[in-house]
Design a protein around this ligand. Sequence first.
Ligand SMILES: NC(=O)c1ccc[n+]([C@@H]2O[C@H](COP(=O)([O-])OP(=O)(O)OC[C@H]3O[C@@H](n4cnc5c(N)ncnc54)[C@H](O)[C@@H]3O)[C@@H](O)[C@H]2O)c1
Length: 256
Amino acid sequence: MTSDGEAKKIGLIGCGAIGTVLAEAIERKIVECDELVIYDSDASKAEKLKGSLDFPVTMVGSVEELLESKPKVVVEAASQQAVKEYASKIVAEGIELIVMSTGALLDLDVDFSKVHVPSGAIGGLDALSSAANAGIDEVTLTSRKNPKALETADKEEKVIYEGYAQEAARLFPREMNVAATLALTVKPVKVRVRVIADPAVTRNTHEIAVKWRFGEMFLRFANEPHPENPRTSALAAWSAIKLLQSLLREACYKNQ
Ligand SMILES: NC(=O)c1ccc[n+]([C@@H]2O[C@H](COP(=O)([O-])OP(=O)(O)OC[C@H]3O[C@@H](n4cnc5c(N)ncnc54)[C@H](O)[C@@H]3O)[C@@H](O)[C@H]2O)c1
């Protein structure tokens, strides 16, 4: 409960790999929450998640129903399509929205004051946004994944995409949220992207090279893929958990 006695209610759209890690973190009290309201367009996913949890969970049949339950924060862990369909409705209700499918935000007209982008499968965005104020010359993302995570059958290392973040997020909506998150951080600077299918790697690896006005940066992340969804890195779910903790803490202070 917040100091004014209001329940800490969280809404979750998407009960797959990320949604499940998030719900389990709530169950383990890593995130303070009195009730989780869940929605998935595949009701069997929501049922399975609810059945696996031992704390108050309400399953709803639509986003409208989810909004009627008045959550403080909604986490989207579903798809770019879900963001396009629901983001405006959610923020119009004054609810904070955490977006995982960040590719959808690149060309979405929405009130961004209530939209929160977690660092996802990467990090260091604080340094990039600091540098962006001074001037960034170049950002290059090289993502290396096992062919299984890219749904290809390559037996040898192969560059399967080279281009820019906007296009990458459109062509690989489920794999290239990292590129979109970077693009949103350094906007209007364009982010160069290379995607490599590499049978030698088991971890999803993202290398970010930045040249900016007063120096250079090189960031590297080698993330274990989620066992049920090899496209998704565990770090992505944990970044949503971290952001959720901060937003709920802020909501608590505002109510004091
Ligand atoms: N920001 C990042 O760095 C990052 C990292 C990994 C994944 N992601 C993105 O996060 C999202 C969730 O990832 P995941 O691994 O949990 O996916 P997942 O496929 O394991 O689960 C997604 C769930 O959402 C449901 N869903 C899809 N569209 C929906 C809609 N329109 N309405 C309601 N439910 C819907 C599906 O039925 C599924 O159960 C994906 O879009 C993924 O690309 C972002």
